[in-house]
Design a protein around this ligand. Structure first.
Ligand code: VG1
Ligand code: CO
Length: 554
């Protein structure tokens, strides 16, 4: 159906500036009760439209991870888009689009219909439900999260906003595929899985993976009652032939079954128990609320996300989509240097960026990097502009199908060649913000005096606050984490989370490098014991926060 010429009447609601806290690492995240306040979600969406100024007739993609409040905000966003000159909205059936699928849809239909962007409704790995979290993020036409210049303009607008505009139209049927009209604008309800699954078939050798499955290879995938369920069921069970039941918790639920859709040892403990149990399948994986994260396990082994990026990069040429090789690698600063060793061996550049996928966008657009990764279970490539959980799972499967070795053997051979970066992240959650700020301020002030000082067997080599200059557009980002490097290459990084919704979260990243020929099969906590003591001595975590142990270790 084509939109009718007569646009509906625009309705203007008066409003006032709101406490629209600066969008953090990944858009605006708040409790549902905050989003549900009169004018709140509308204010944010209006601020996006005011900041972005979409050209008349633009296309807007809308989708979310299926959490509570998704449908309410989607209906409102559709009406508001109609009042702001958009020509077309594409929305996933049921309001569903995983974050990587949304990125792909923005890119694919953006080139078909003209300049485009998207609203992604998710709070990622945070819990969902009436008392839990919600989030809105704006992605630009390249399919990636808005860069800081845009998020800052959106934030500035939230501080001056005085009205939001919509059209008077009823809710649409989000569950039926097809095109309807809202205020003269076309709204296409699309299959959320089809375009994404087709892209995966282009990148990976599905026949080789099908042959692996036919040979008896087994897998467990935990979708955590979140958005990846329909994608994983279609791709793993229907297209690749894994047995029914391979995808666990495959139906997206508004409250994720009451769990945190965060794939780590704490929240995905059932999958960990399966993979370390007697009858473990050959391969295990899980994704988060919005489908952009992944964890990878083999029989009796967990591959840290930092190692996974490095191992994927070292083997990516085995998949058709990467057979031509990689132009470069990029990792966030707190991510371990495992990828650096691979980049060096491949003779390609390695970029070290601040935390958050938005910093990879310029590198991917410019063709400087092909694969990117973060220690927080994020891996991806230039096929979209978000991290992509299932993509990482499929690249692993493609590599396993070609190499015909267990995951543990691929890891052992990797470490024997490149050395091993023992790694852990300790999170102290829901700290009173003044305490966390005081810890960071005191540690920042102490940095210049640290070089040369000894902490047990460790001596500080350098200490600084990480600042980044984007090599493509020259944008400068300061205060992106405090890093203390010890002689010999061990490292502790401290930073405050930009995605939490309750108080402050302190993240302490610990890393120790053992070169090839060193101790490659030790237990991580043993290898990091001296660093953990040093981190406490450096930052006075217990003194500032009265916490003696982290809430989550990943
Ligand atoms: C965290 C991770 C970061 C990731 C971000 C968004 O940010 O550390 O690596 O990019 O979440 O991931 P922070 O500021 O809380 O450390 V997702 O899956 O929540 O979009
Ligand atoms: Co996520």
């Amino acid at each position: 159906m084509t939109p009718t010429a007569a646009a509906a009447t625009i309705v203007t609601h008066a409003t006032t500036p709101f406490d629209g806290q600066k969008p953090g690492t990944s858009g605006l995240r708040k409790k549902v009760v905050v989003f549900a306040q009169a004018n709140y979600a509308e204010n944010f969406i209006q601020s996006v439209f005011d900041a972005v100024q979409p050209p008349q007739g633009s296309t807007l993609v809308i989708g979310g991870d299926g959490r509570y409040y998704n449908r309410t905000v989607i209906q409102q966003a559709i009406r508001m888009a109609a009042a702001h000159g958009y020509g077309r909205v594409l929305v996933g059936q049921g309001g569903i689009l995983s974050t990587p699928a949304a990125s792909h849809v923005i890119r694919k239909y953006g080139s078909k219909y003209g300049a485009s962007g998207g609203l992604i409704l998710s709070a990622s790995h945070n819990p969902g439900g009436p008392d839990e979290d919600f989030g809105i993020k704006y992605n630009i036409a390249n399919g990636g999260p808005a860069p800081e210049g845009v998020t800052e303009a959106i934030y500035a607008r939230t501080q001056t906003i005085d009205r939001w505009q919509t059209v008077d139209a009823p809710d649409i049927d989000l569950d039926t595929i097809g095109t309807v009209e809202v205020g003269g604008m076309a709204v296409e309800v699309i299959d959320p899985v089809a375009d994404y699954a087709a892209l995966m078939e282009e990148l990976f050798d599905f026949p080789a993976i099908r042959a692996l499955v036919a040979s008896g290879f087994t897998m467990a995938f935990d979708a955590m009652s979140a958005v990846t369920g329909p994608y994983a069921t279609e791709i793993l069970e229907r297209r690749l032939g894994f047995a029914k039941g391979t995808v666990r918790n495959g139906t997206p639920l508004e409250d994720f079954g009451g769990h945190h859709p965060d794939p780590n040892m704490v929240h995905a403990h059932v999958l960990f128990a399966t993979m370390f149990g007697a009858d473990a399948p050959d391969f295990g994986a899980a994704s988060d609320g919005d489908g952009d994260r992944n964890i990878i396990l083999g029989k009796g082994i967990f591959i840290t996300p930092s190692d996974s990026v490095a191992m994927l990069a070292a083997n990516a040429h085995l998949a058709p989509g990467y057979a031509r090789g990689l132009s470069g690698l990029a990792r966030s600063m707190p991510t371990s240097a495992a990828a650096d060793h691979v980049a060096k061996a491949l003779g390609i550049p390695l970029y070290e960026t601040p935390t958050g996928w938005k910093f990879f966008g310029t590198l991917l657009d410019a063709g400087l990097a092909t694969i990117c990764g973060e220690e927080s279970a994020g891996t991806g490539s230039d096929h979209v502009r978000e991290k992509d959980g299932l993509w990482a799972v499929l690249l692993w499967l493609n590599i396993l199908a070609v190499r015909q070795q267990p995951v543990a053997q691929i890891a052992a051979e990797h470490w024997a060649r490149f050395g091993r970066n023992y790694y852990a992240r300790h999170d102290y959650e829901a700290l009173p913000t003044p305490q966390a700020d005081a810890l960071i301020a005191e540690l920042t002030a102490s940095l210049p005096g640290l070089p040369g000082r000894a902490f047990g067997p460790l001596t500080v080599a350098t200490a600084d606050s990480f600042a980044y200059t984007d090599p493509v557009d020259g944008a400068v980002s300061r205060n992106q984490g405090l890093r203390v490097l010890f002689e010999g290459g061990s490292r502790v990084v401290f930073r405050l989370s930009g995605t939490g919704t309750q108080g402050a979260t302190l993240r302490v990243y610990l890393e120790r490098y053992e070169p090839a020929g060193g101790t490659l099969d030790a237990q991580t906590p043993d290898m990091l014991a001296d660093l953990i003591v040093a981190a406490e001595a450096l930052a006075g975590i217990a003194r500032h926060t009265a916490r003696t142990a982290p809430d989550v270790v990943t």
